[in-house]
Design a binder for this molecule. Structure first.
Ligand code: N2P
Length: 352
C-alpha cells in the first residue's frame, strides 16, 4: 500500500513538474492597448493557436501610454498609438520599422487609408492602421431633455441646464478637449495660434462651469447608471454601451469632430518580435478583423474585413459618416513644440 502511495505521489509530482515547465516555456507576448479596444475572445484564440501567453494591459490616453513606456521597466511588444503619437514615438526612436513581408494579410488594408496613414507615418514604415474613429457626445435620455440636445452643437457642454448639477464630463485628453473648443469656434483643431487658443480658452471657461471631471473611461459606466448625464466620448466606446441601453444617445456635433486613426506598432525594445508579427497578421485576417469590428464598433481600415460586415454596421453613420460630415472633421496631427501651448491650456482648465 505504502509503495503504491509513493508511486502515485511520484507520478503526481512529475505531472506537476511537466505542467509547470510547459507553461514556463510558453512564449509571452506583451500587449499594451486602449481599454475596450479588442474582442477578448480573440486574445484567447491567438493564445491557443500559437501556444503562447498574452500579457494584456490597457491605457486610457496616448500620453499615459507613452509615460508608462518611457518610465516602466516592463517592456511591451505591441502598442496602439494614435497617428500623432506614431510620429512622436518614431521621432523618439521607440518604434521598430516593420517588415511587411512578414505580414501576409497586409494586403487586406484599404490603400486609401494607408495613404492617409502616411501623413503621420511617411512611407507606412512603422504603423499598421487598426481602427479609426471620431469623438462626440454621449447622453442619457432619462435625464437630458430633447430641447437640450436639439442644437447638436459642442456648445451643449455649456448649456445652463447642467449648471450646478455635476453631471457632465469630458475626456482626459488635451487634444480632444481643446480640439472640441477649437472646432466649435470654427478653427482647425491643429491650430495653436494665439487667436485660435484665445477663442478656445474662452469657450472652455464657459463649459468648465458644468464639467465635473476629465476622465476617458468612467463615462462608459456612469452615463448608463445616471451618475453622468452627458459626456464627451469616443464613438465606438459610446456605441458599445448604447448597445445595451435604449436610454442612451450619441451625437456627432454639427460643427465637426476630431478624427483619429489608431495603429498597431512594434516597440524597438520588443523581446518577441516574431510572435508580435504573428499577432499583427492575425488581427489583419479578414474574418478576425470583422469579428473585432463587430465587438469594438469602430471603423476598420481593413477592407477585406469591412466587406464582411453586416449592412447595419456598414450603414451606421455614427461609425462611417458620409463625406459631407467627414469634410468638417480634423485629424489630430503631431504639433511638435506647439503642443505645449495646448497642454498648458488644458492643465489650466483642469486646475480651475
Ligand atoms: C478605445 C478608445 C480609442 C480611441 N477605448 C482613442 N483614439
Amino acid at each position: 500500500m505504502k509503495k503504491k502511495q509513493a508511486i502515485t505521489l511520484m507520478i503526481l509530482m512529475l505531472l506537476l513538474f511537466f505542467i509547470g515547465s510547459c507553461s514556463k516555456n510558453k512564449p509571452v507576448l506583451y500587449i499594451f492597448n486602449w481599454s475596450d479596444y479588442i474582442d477578448p475572445e480573440l486574445i484567447e484564440e491567438f493564445e491557443q493557436q500559437n501556444k503562447c501567453t498574452i500579457k494584456y494591459s490597457t491605457y486610457d490616453s496616448n500620453e499615459n501610454m507613452l509615460t508608462k513606456i518611457m518610465s516602466s521597466r516592463e517592456s511591451f511588444d505591441l502598442v496602439f498609438p494614435s497617428g500623432d503619437h506614431i510620429t512622436i514615438m518614431r521621432d523618439s526612436n521607440l518604434l521598430e520599422p516593420l517588415d511587411i513581408r512578414k505580414i501576409t494579410n497586409y494586403q487586406n488594408l484599404d490603400s486609401t487609408l494607408l495613404e492617409k496613414a502616411a501623413s503621420f507615418d511617411e512611407g507606412n514604415k512603422y504603423a499598421i492602421p487598426y481602427f479609426w474613429g471620431l469623438t462626440g457626445l454621449i447622453y442619457n435620455k432619462r435625464y437630458v431633455p430633447d430641447e437640450v440636445i436639439n442644437s447638436r452643437s459642442w456648445n451643449i457642454l455649456g448649456n445652463a441646464f447642467f449648471t450646478g448639477k455635476n453631471k457632465v464630463t469630458m475626456l482626459d485628453d488635451a487634444r480632444e478637449v481643446v480640439g472640441a473648443a477649437l472646432i466649435y469656434n470654427g478653427y482647425d483643431l491643429n491650430d495653436s495660434s494665439v487667436m485660435a487658443l484665445a477663442a478656445a480658452e474662452k469657450t472652455l471657461a464657459q463649459w468648465d462651469k458644468n464639467i465635473t471631471q476629465f476622465d476617458s473611461d468612467s463615462y462608459k459606466n456612469e452615463v448608463p447608471d445616471g451618475t453622468t448625464w452627458l459626456a464627451q466620448a469616443y464613438n465606438g466606446d459610446a456605441l458599445q454601451v448604447i448597445d445595451n441601453s435604449p436610454d442612451l444617445g450619441f451625437i456627432l456635433p454639427v460643427e465637426g469632430a476630431s478624427l483619429w486613426m489608431d495603429n498597431i506598432a512594434m516597440l524597438k525594445s520588443s523581446n518577441n518580435k516574431e510572435l508580435a508579427y504573428k499577432f499583427i497578421n492575425f488581427l489583419l485576417d479578414a474574418d478576425i478583423g470583422k469579428r473585432n469590428t463587430e465587438y469594438c464598433l469602430y471603423a476598420t481600415p481593413n477592407k477585406a474585413a469591412g466587406n464582411l460586415l453586416p449592412e447595419t454596421l456598414k450603414n451606421n453613420t455614427l461609425i462611417y459618416p458620409g463625406d459631407e460630415y467627414l469634410n468638417k472633421c480634423y485629424m489630430i496631427n503631431a504639433l511638435g513644440e506647439d503642443v505645449k501651448k495646448i497642454d498648458k491650456l488644458f492643465e489650466a482648465i483642469k486646475l480651475n
